[in-house]
Design a protein around this ligand. Structure first.
Ligand code: ADP
Ligand code: ADP
Ligand code: ZN
Length: 220
């Protein structure tokens, strides 16, 4: 299955993607994780992306399109993929469709994780804590077993620079203006389904699994 997880910052894309990738054995491709990995390794790409990410702005489309083109052509995507955080602009969506065409694939579903009020998203992002291994937690909604430490690897959790108030407000604004229009784009293509992202983590997961299982049954 070729899946896009769509939704505003803090809607739960990363959280759900981790669980879905495991259940359906498909790679989780998070453009945010790829960019943060480049930042950490101080690659040319990471250095180029840094100033945008710190401010909560989008990194230029040509950079992201290059990343996705490379990643989708890798062999682990042969039996499906789960995109998290891409596409975020109309040019990125157009490029994705061109790339998929070129490699003889198409999107099966774009899942819109709908969480309406900004207040809830701000609470989620401000309380998010990350681990270098990719796991993420929330100080109230999904706390680790031991405060400040990752359940999976024991590493110390950190608070992302762009999960601080000013960058959060900017990211939500960027989402509304540049990313939200894609809901219309994918609705017109007939691949968009919406899930209630305001429910708890496991309820959202169950709803997504039901939709994906229906889709698989429909295929056969
Ligand atoms: P995104 O990848 O869409 O930005 P995350 O999956 O990182 O979002 O989730 C943002 C924060 O909200 C994290 O701290 C996560 O633990 C928490 N979270 C995710 N889903 C839910 C949910 N359904 N209810 C409450 N908190 C959630
Ligand atoms: P979140 O899920 O919390 O919004 P991500 O981890 O997906 O955050 O992205 C973090 C930052 O990385 C974004 O604010 C942006 O600067 C950059 N980024 C990630 N994906 C893209 C993309 N598809 N287009 C442009 N910038 C991106
Ligand atoms: Zn960890």
């Amino acid at each position: 299955m070729n899946i896009v997880l769509f939704g505003p910052p803090g809607s739960g894309k990363g959280t759900q993607a981790k669980m879905l990738a495991e259940k359906y054995s498909i790679p989780h491709i998070s453009t945010g994780d790829i960019l943060r990995d480049n930042l950490k390794r101080e690659t040319k790409l990471g250095l180029e992306a840094k100033s945008y990410m710190d401010k909560g702005e989008l990194v230029p489309d040509d950079v992201l399109i290059g990343i996705i083109k490379d990643r989708l052509s890798q062999s682990d995507c042969a039996s499906g993929f789960l995109l998290d955080g891409y596409p975020r602009t109309l040019p990125q969506a157009d490029a994705l469709s061109t790339i998929l065409n070129e490699i003889g694939k198409k999107l099966d579903i774009v899942l819109n994780i709908d969480v309406p009020p900004d207040d809830e998203l701000i609470k989620r992002l401000a309380g998010r804590r990350m681990c270098a291994c990719g796991a993420s937690y929330h100080v109230l909604f999904n706390p680790p077993e031991q405060e400040g430490l990752c359940n999976l690897c024991g590493n110390k959790l950190y608070h992302r620079d762009d999960d601080k108030e000013e960058a959060i407000i900017n990211r939500l604004d960027v989402y509304k203006h540049q990313t939200q229009p894609l809901i219309n784009y994918y609705t017109k293509e007939g691949v968009m389904l919406t899930v209630n992202g305001a429910a708890g983590i496991s309820e959202v997961f169950d709803e997504i699994c039901r939709l994906l299982d229906d889709l698989k049954t429909g295929d056969s």
